[in-house]
Design a protein around this ligand. Structure first.
Ligand SMILES: [Zn+2]
Length: 391
């Protein structure tokens, strides 16, 4: 379990398979984001049809509503949200630091204000680990201190050191939970005996836009123990795009090949291709569903805004290469009409299409890596995708 098998590589780009308790996923892999235990506007059946193999859920959101105890009473997160394939939960760190409102960071943890009712809450590395254990994801993430991409070196150093200290505490708590699970004992803190399968914990590398900090952080994480995966966090949070690409290229040779690499929060098509080129394996982003609800669809010829008047009488499908329900059933003219009339079906169809688009994109990259044509494929893909924007 949790074994990553590298299948093929084409310079830095790789394809592989990761065995998780609820199934094996193939990489590169895009995971749709189910913030509140649902990928907005899509049912689990929609996600399965779209080819999703791994879904991300948000620890912070599920903790403040409905609360992990409710999820546990209703059978754990898989059963609660009707998703029988692998799940990954983030630690809540990113939400605590990105949502507006009061927060106070200490070495103990973070005191913050719930975005729902304004109540003061306290999250520690131990609590974040316990909540994720109770939710029962296949992969849990360590609790981290995220700083903006433009943070200066002192701020980024401070957050990195705290993240590393917190990682040790997450590991310790996770080890205790796993040990008590192995001997069939329910840990006293929790009302149920969830999860019913092992869970793995992945560290998150921070360090802002400072390469030396990132390299040091990586070295110290790898010295801390043996992992089944590694996440790179705190990129794509306000720093310029080239800075992210440079950081990934600099880190890649230092990453152990045997570990799957999860680049957090990245998922626009151009970034996905650039990150795979730089050796990344797993991605998550709200872009496909958020953009879909705004009427923007990803297509091989670049983004299309379906509200555009030009599509009023357009009989063509949204994306003629796509096999999703939106593209195989409806015209651009009809989809535009749904958005003009503010019909819910429009939001669902474009969300579905965008998720399917990114999953197909990951699949195309996997195929190109396997047959050794990835560099050529990426050039051709970029020429076609970016060309309309240049026109
Ligand atoms: Zn489609």
């Amino acid at each position: 379990m949790f074994e990553f098998t590298l299948e093929a590589s084409s310079s830095a780009a790789r394809s592989g398979r990761l065995a998780l308790p609820h199934g094996t996923i193939e990489t590169p892999c895009f995971m749709p984001v189910g913030t509140q235990g649902t990928v907005r506007a899509l049912s689990p059946n929609d996600l399965r049809t779209a080819g999703a193999s791994l879904v991300l859920a948000n620890t912070y959101h599920l903790h403040v509503r409905p609360g992990e105890d409710v999820v546990a009473q209703l059978g754990g997160l898989h059963r609660f949200m009707g998703w029988d394939r692998p799940l990954l939960t983030d630690s809540g760190g990113f939400q605590v630091f990105s949502l507006a409102g009061f927060r106070r960071v200490s070495d103990e943890g973070v005191e913050f204000q719930s975005h729902l009712d304004g109540a003061r809450r306290f999250l520690t590395p131990e609590r974040a680990t316990e909540i994720q254990w109770t939710l029962g994801a296949d992969v849990a993430m360590a609790f981290d201190h995220v700083v903006p991409g433009v943070a200066d070196e002192t701020t980024a150093r401070d957050a990195l050191e705290r993240t590393l200290r917190w990682l040790e505490r997450c590991v310790e708590r996770h080890r205790e939970l796993l040990e008590s699970w192995k001997v069939g004992k329910s840990d006293p803190f929790q009302p149920s005996n969830l999860p019913t399968f092992p869970q793995t914990l992945w560290p998150i590398l921070q360090g802002g836009a400072h390469q030396a900090l990132r390299e040091e952080g990586l070295r110290r994480i790898l010295e801390m123990g043996s992992w089944s995966g590694l996440a790179i966090g705190g990129l794509s949070v306000g720093e310029p795009k080239p800075a992210m690409y440079e950081m990934l290229a600099a880190l890649e040779p230092r990453l152990p090949p045997a570990l799957p690499r999860y680049l957090m929060g990245v998922g626009f098509p151009v970034d996905l291709v650039a990150a795979v080129e730089r050796g990344m394996d797993l991605f998550d982003c709200v872009a496909p569903t958020r953009n879909g609800r705004n009427g923007t669809a990803f297509t091989p010829d670049g983004p299309v805004n379906i509200r555009n008047a030009a599509y009023r009488e357009d009989a063509r499908p949204l994306d003629e290469t796509c096999d999703c329900e939106a593209c195989t059933t409806f015209s651009r003219g009809y989809l535009r009409h749904l958005f003009q009339a503010e019909e819910l079906l429009g939001l669902r169809l474009l969300s579905l299409h965008n998720v399917r688009y990114l999953i197909r994109l990951a699949g195309e990259m996997r195929a190109a890596i396997r047959d050794g044509s990835f560099a050529r494929w990426a050039d051709a893909w970029r020429r076609r995708y970016l060309q309309p924007e240049l026109a």
